[in-house]
Design a binder for this molecule. Sequence first.
Ligand SMILES: Cc1cc2nc3c(=O)[nH]c(=O)nc-3n(C[C@H](O)[C@H](O)[C@H](O)COP(=O)(O)O)c2cc1C
Length: 434
Amino acid sequence: MADLQHFGYFFSRGFGPQAWGRADWDWGHDWTKPDLYQQSVRALEQAGMDLVIAEDAISLGSPATLDLRIRQAYGGPKHDPLLLAPYLFAATEHIGIAPTVNAGITPPYLAARQAASLAHLSSDRFGLNVVTDTGSARHVGAAPLPHDAAYDRAEEWITLLRRLWHSWGDGYVGDPTEWHFADGDALDAFHHEGAYFTAAGPLNALPLDSDPVVVSPGGSGRGLGFAGTHSDVQLALAPLTADAVRSYRSRVLTAAADAGRTRDDVRVLFVLKPVVVSSPDEADRLVAASRHPSDADLRAAAVAWSSDSETDLLALDLDAPVPAGTFGDHVSAGTIRGLLGDTPDAPLRELLTRKARLGRISTREGFVGTAEEFADFAEELGADADNDGFILSGDLHPAQVYRMTGELVPALRRRGLLRREYGDGGLRANLFDF
Ligand SMILES: Cc1cc2nc3c(=O)[nH]c(=O)nc-3n(C[C@H](O)[C@H](O)[C@H](O)COP(=O)(O)O)c2cc1C
């Protein structure tokens, strides 16, 4: 039997129109109502997932590219996943829920209080996915910060949240025989004036047995440093070869060691979007069909990348390289790299063709395969790269969840890679019990 790994789900479109543009839309769920998400998280809990992470952005993006962002609902609308979390907790017992919270948007006192309230309500199943996007600063009257300064601010933010969560010290007594609720003198009425925030303690929420779980997704040097220092889970995006996984893990674990933490204090979970099919022949057929994408396939890829890059790729010449200066300052370097790769001079048609092409998991060229082939792959990365586990990514829609996990869960369980039961300690225990 292989060692157990950790599995979770990234609700990658955020709290928006799940399945829009796909046949699953005709299941007729109303994406603005809780039932769709409650059904999905129940299925994911039955599947033994540690947690569900909800993507979010508070903005529809640059005013110049609003139509690109919403025409196919790639960039919005998005409702606030923090407010969806209580509905998901009410529908489940063990799985953790980690909505995205932007450290530049939600003031630290408010974030600490919301997180503490949700951690109590859910019996410690709450986590926060801390992001540093600065493009939406204008919506709250803040100045956008450069990349590294946004991480400086996020470090100050999370340090303040922890100070607030601990601001009752051992002042909570809770003794009804003496009607003695708490010792005010033990509370930390601190005043913080930092580079980015002014805030005062103590928090007016009851202390917690353990801090809410902190998730982070940033993949730059600063992002991995933040993960090593502050996070319980790194939502990792990297090529899924043993070498790349080992190298990514070691960068996070080195940062953890530098911060006085150990490899057992942080889980590095790699994002994976599997296309699980029922036979190797079917997988081969899908991959072969994608070798020569149709104009409609290229257009769909162009629409998706236009939204992600907030740049109208549909207006460009398909048979010429993307002209220098096409991407404005608002576009993330990671997104540009994701599209251009190592070939910035390739014609756009070739770039989009690559994006539309699929590959087989059995040859490690892509993510199309049978459940057994995925289980082989997960087992191999566990053995060869000491991988902690994976975050599956997709819409939070029951049809999509079952399509992805229906055959995968039994295959992973037969290998001993996926839990069959939960402990009782909430999200932190899900992540650190093994
Ligand atoms: C897998 C993954 C998920 C992310 N999810 C979000 C998100 O939900 N909301 C957001 O604003 N940014 C999200 N980001 C962006 C990061 O928070 C960060 O702003 C961006 O990656 C830039 O930081 P970096 O240069 O350290 O990667 C995500 C990034 C990755 C790789």
